[in-house]
Each structure stands twice: as structure tokens, then as C-alpha cells.
Design a protein around this ligand. Structure first.
Ligand code: CP
Ligand code: NVA
Length: 305
């Protein structure tokens, strides 16, 4: 994957996804790839981040490389310098860049103009790096991904979109339970159906209870994402029946685990007791961001065979 971008999980083949997850597992258990000495990763983040920012930085340092945190407010791009110009200039300095912004189009535009790997570190449309860690966590728990059932409850947002694509590629059945007016983007659903292995089921529903029945993985995310703060209050009553609480968890498989990309709003999309329960894998999942992104960096920088 040397030189490649990761703008969406749909950029990956089934084989590439499997290879990335296997490399992440190897890195987690001590494998050392070739060094990224003298290579520099830029982080261009227009939205807040704890996990993505720190896990990318630590991953790059572990690989032997350096990181520059490019605060857009301190750069000319924050004063209106075009993305196309910024991309060509930064492409001449950096070896890879991870971008977190609002419009997916901006990341795509950057990739079109920069001659280095461009990684989507979250947009309003998608969050591919998160799902690499999620699949790694599921693989660690269940040994295999194919044939598992994951139920996502809440808003049909960026995380739901990337889960649709990632599960389709990995052969995980996915059920998306949202209020009718908060369903995922239909174009992404179609893309996921197109990617899905034969036999992999993709279900959209507004019935939370039916959706969790027998599922091995329950997944939720905030009801109002970054940039949607103004509608947070009006969303509360609409999403109430999609809260991941003990009653809902009891309908899932006895083996079920709970995932959440974090940050979590306790008492909204998930209850405190479920988040802190023995079924919860959210801290392992957060740690896996670092291992999965290290695998991604090692791959796009050509440090691993
Ligand atoms: N899950 C996730 O992307 O977290 P951050 O917003 O803290 O990076
Ligand atoms: N859907 C959330 C994910 C945060 C990691 C957001 O975009 O704010």
C-alpha cells in the first residue's frame, strides 16, 4: 500500500483490510517494521480530537518518525489560502498527512493535489481509521470477523457510514438502528451493499430491540456529532429508545461486547453501567486506534513487506 491514501474504507480491498488488521496485531505484539527515521507526518485538524491526534502521533514516534501538529488557525489555509495550493506546498515537505475536517470533499481535494499519502482522520461523512480499530478489537475478541453481527444504534453519522463499509468488506453482518429521519446516507448504504460479500446482511431499521437480538457487538456513538451542537437538545427525545442500556444489552447474544468510538455522553447514547460493565471493550478499542494506525502508517510509508 506504499504511497496510497485512505480517504474511505471503500479504497481498500478485502485482502488489504485483512493485511492491515494482521499487521496491526503483529505490531501490537512486538513486531518492528523498518524505521520511519527522517519521515514526517503532518496533522491538519479543524475539529477537536484526543484519541486520533495522540494515537497517530504516538504511532509515528514508535515507528521512528516525527510529527508536526498543523494548527489550521495558525496557517494561511485558515485565512483562505486554497486547499489546492496548501496541498501542493505541504506535499513538498511532509511524507504523509492526516486530516480531520468537516467536508469529505476537502480531504479528497487535498489528496488530488498532494503527492503524499493522505489519511482521513474524520470528516462529516466518514471515519475510516476508527473502524480499523473497531474491527481489530472484534477480531481479538472473537478470533474471526466473518459471520459476526454488529448492531449500531443511534445517529446515521460518519461512524455509522464507515462501519457499514468496513463490516461489508470484513463479512460482518451489520444492522443500523436509527430514528427514521436520522438514517445513514443512502449512497453509502448502496456502496456497502456493493462491497458486501455474498451472505453478508445489511439491515436498516428503526426498531432498536429487534436490531440487537442475538448480535455479538453493540456499537453506539454520540447523538449529536461535532458541528451539530445546535441540534443536540432537540435530538434527545428522538433518540431515547436507541440508548444502549441494560435492557437492550440483555436482548443481545450472551457473548455480546459493547463498543463506542468515544467520547461518550453517559446517560444519553449509553448508560454508565453498560459503559463500565465487563462487556464493554471501549478502552481496548481506544488503545487499538494506535496499533491500527501504526499499521496504516507503516503500510503507506512502505515500512513493512
Ligand atoms: N474516536 C475518536 O476519533 O476520538 P477523538 O475525537 O478524540 O479523536
Ligand atoms: N460522530 C462523532 C465521532 C467523534 C469521534 C463526531 O463526528 O463528532
Amino acid at each position: 500500500m506504499k504511497g496510497r491514501n485512505l480517504l474511505s474504507l471503500a479504497d481498500l480491498t478485502v485482502n488489504e483490510l485483512e493485511t492491515l488488521l494482521d499487521l496491526a496485531q503483529k505490531l501490537k505484539t512486538g513486531y518492528t517494521p523498518r524505521s520511519a527515521a527522517n519521515q514526517v507526518l503532518g496533522l491538519l485538524f479543524y475539529k477537536a480530537s484526543t484519541r486520533t491526534r495522540v494515537s497517530f502521533s504516538v504511532a509515528m514516534y514508535h515507528l521512528g518518525g516525527q510529527v508536526i501538529d498543523l494548527n489550521p488557525q495558525a496557517m494561511q489555509v485558515g485565512r483562505g489560502e486554497p486547499i489546492q495550493d496548501t496541498a501542493r506546498v505541504l506535499g513538498g515537505y511532509l511524507d504523509a498527512i492526516a486530516i480531520r475536517t468537516f467536508a469529505q470533499k476537502e480531504i479528497e481535494q487535498f489528496a488530488e493535489y498532494a503527492d503524499i499519502p493522505v489519511i482521513n482522520a474524520l470528516s462529516d461523512l466518514s471515519h475510516p481509521c476508527q473502524i480499523l480499530a473497531d474491527l481489530l478489537t472484534m477480531q481479538e475478541t472473537f478470533q474471526t470477523l466473518e459471520g459476526l453481527t454488529l448492531t449500531y444504534l443511534g445517529d446515521g453519522n460518519n461512524v455509522a457510514h464507515s462501519l457499514l463499509l468496513g463490516c461489508a468488506l470484513a463479512g460482518v453482518n451489520i444492522r443500523i438502528a436509527t430514528p427514521p429521519t436520522y438514517q445513514p446516507d443512502s449512497a453509502i448504504v448502496e456502496q456497502a451493499k456493493h462491497l458486501a460479500q455474498s451472505g453478508t446482511e445489511i439491515t436498516l431499521t428503526d426498531d432498536a430491540k429487534e436490531a440487537v437480538e442475538g448480535a455479538e457487538v453493540l456499537y453506539t456513538d454520540v447523538w449529536a456529532s461535532m458541528g451539530q451542537e445546535d441540534s443536540a437538545a432537540e435530538r434527545l427525545p428522538v433518540f431515547q429508545s436507541f440508548q444502549v442500556n441494560e435492557d437492550l444489552v440483555n436482548l443481545a447474544s450472551p457473548e455480546a461486547i459493547i463498543l463506542h468510538c468515544l467520547p461518550a455522553h453517559r446517560g444519553e447514547e449509553i448508560t454508565e453501567d453498560v459503559l463500565e460493565s465487563a462487556r464493554s471493550r471501549v478502552w481496548q478499542q481506544a488503545e487499538n486506534r494506535m496499533h491500527a494506525q501504526k499499521a496504516l502508517l507503516a503500510s503507506v510509508l512502505g515500512l513493512s513487506d
